[in-house]
Design a protein around this ligand. Structure first.
Ligand code: NAD
Length: 493
């Protein structure tokens, strides 16, 4: 059993184990700069041991009736609820977001367990009697085998749960690799999993980075790969795993536009867009990144955003009243500030400058305050780059058609939102934008656990998404049987 801060361990074949890796990476609290511990960069041999354990458990686990499999999830749900505060605090400490944001994240993780508890109904197949005289045809869903889950840093609890509970409920065994930048949340979650009595090897945890990922992608026993992270890595994971004959779903990065029409409630729109852009310090794949103000919406909308950006309280996420935490690492802060420098030298106007933030009591924190740019030249490098920090660019167009063209011209397709009071414009927008998640008067169009967490174009590689029915489809292999039983095949029996 382990879940101390200092020592990150793997969980393999029902036991906590030390990785064979010599290489370890330090993990810091991004707000205080305090050292939290170090994480092993597990080797391909560590991954091999975990995959072997999962492969060994797979034939037995698929035979456990689905209702018994989901009983383990009911237990896990109770434990997640009992440990809600501890998990939320852990996320804030290692990831930096505010406690309220962390609580929202843990809640989303729990909701995915709840939906996966409905797998006995969701996993059912279908059939047709007498497709020819005396012949029946049935479709059944069977588990795929060993599934690998590879997660990013920005939602250490929620994102693994887009996949893990569904994979298990569908009768698969799992090897999970969290982000090496936030390993402690899964240490705690696996501390809970360790107590629910799952058979040995059904679920395994391996910490590490690229070497561990490559080992999962190449291992012949891994049959399916679920990945969430930046688009460059998503593309790489997708092609390498697909080339090895695995089924793959890869959710990638984003650069999300929100469009504001002049008939919208502009105060409400400004407040919602500011929360979208600056919530979680902009480190959300559904963060608003570009606001496209149409016609005379530009001036009043910019005023509201400016006020919300300047007044947002930035600080340590465990302190009451703080509305925005730090970004994840010093490298991330430097990268964000360099992109803002570049936008300004490309000709953007700096409406609110969040660079060089100094937060009293937290001199070592990697803080960037909310930043607002206007008239960022399109195209420019920065206009195409995912900043992944609290930076919003406001641009201006004359018509909704130009705004939709702007949305569809970007490389990414994760989310687009429209603010309006006009239903026909809302429908036109929903109909025409080429993105996976659409918000109408909503700034973070995050699908509930019983809907797919969608994504399109450069933001998604694959066909089936995480969560809900898509997850059931992804984690099962369809088998069709055509059956004739001789005594009943004649028309006369
Ligand atoms: P990342 O791509 O750096 O890392 C994601 C995972 O891939 C980690 O587990 C990491 O260890 C591994 N990895 C990193 N580089 C690798 C490489 N070269 N080869 C193999 N594996 C590698 O992403 P991140 O910085 O942790 O997360 C932020 C990114 O994730 C952003 O781009 C964000 O938009 C995206 N994201 C997307 C969604 C979505 O649903 N589309 C959700 C959350 C985050």
């Amino acid at each position: 059993m382990t879940n101390t801060w200092e020592q990150v361990r793997n969980y393999v074949a029902g036991k906590w184990q030390d990785s064979l890796a010599v290489d370890r990476v330090l993990v810091w609290d991004p707000a205080t700069g305090e050292r939290l511990g170090n994480v092993p960069m597990s080797s391909s041999s560590d991954v091999g041991t975990a995959v072997q354990a999962a492969a060994k458990a797979a034939p037995m686990w698929r035979r456990v009736p689905v209702g018994e499999r989901t009983n383990f999830l009911f237990k896990l749900r109770e434990l997640l609820k009992q440990n809600f505060e501890d998990l939320s605090r852990t996320i804030t400490i290692e990831c930096g977001k505010t406690l309220a944001e962390s609580q929202g994240e843990v809640q989303r993780a729990i909701e995915n367990v709840e939906v996966a508890c409905g797998t006995p109904a969701l996993i059912q197949g279908y059939n047709s009697e007498d497709i020819a005289v005396g012949i029946d045809e049935i479709m059944i869903r069977q588990p795929v085998g060993v599934c690998a889950v590879i997660a990013p840093f920005n939602f250490p609890a929620m994102i693994p749960f887009w996949f893990l509970p569904y994979a298990l409920a569908c009768g698969n065994t799992v090897v999970l690799k969290p982000s090496e930048r936030v390993p402690f949340t899964m240490q705690k979650v696996f501390g809970l999993i360790d107590t629910i009595g799952l058979p040995i090897g059904v679920v395994n945890l391996v910490n590490g980075g690229r070497e561990a990922v490559d080992a999962l992608l190449d291992h012949p026993h891994v049959r399916a790969v679920s990945f969430v992270g930046s688009s460059a890595v998503a593309r790489y994971v997708y092609s390498r795993a697909a080339a090895a004959g695995k089924r793959v779903q890869c959710q990638g990065g984003a650069k999300n536009p929100v469009v504001i029409l002049p008939d919208a409630d502009l105060t409400m729109a400004g407040e919602i867009v500011a929360d979208s852009a600056f919530g979680c310090a902009g480190q959300r794949c559904l963060a608003a990144s570009f606001a496209i103000a149409v016609g005379e919406a530009a001036e009043p909308f910019t005023e509201v955003i400016q006020h919300r950006a300047e007044s947002r309280i930035t600080g340590y996420g465990l302190e009451q009243g703080v509305q925005m935490g730090p970004v994840i690492t010093p490298e991330s802060k430097a990268r964000i500030e360099t992109l803002v420098d570049r936008a300004v030298s490309d000709g953007a106007k700096l409406v609110v400058d969040g660079r060089n933030a100094a937060i009293p009591d937290y001199p070592k924190g990697t803080f960037v305050r909310p930043t607002v740019l206007a008239n960022l030249p399109i195209p420019s490098d920065v206009a195409r780059t995912e900043i992944f920090g609290p930076v919003l660019s406001i641009n201006h167009v004359d018509t909704i058609d130009e705004a939709i063209e702007f949305v569809n011209s970007g490389e990414y397709g994760n989310m687009a939102c429209l603010f309006t009071s006009d239903g026909s414009n809302a429908r036109k927008f929903r109909y025409q934008v080429e993105v996976g998640n659409v918000g109408i008067n909503v700034g973070v169009a995050a699908p509930m656990a019983y809907f797919p967490f969608s994504g399109a174009r450069g933001s998604f590689f694959g066909d089936l998404h995480g969560q809900g029915r898509d997850a059931i489809e992804f984690f099962t292999q369809q088998k069709v049987a055509v059956e004739r039983w001789p005594k009943t095949w004649s028309r006369k029996f």
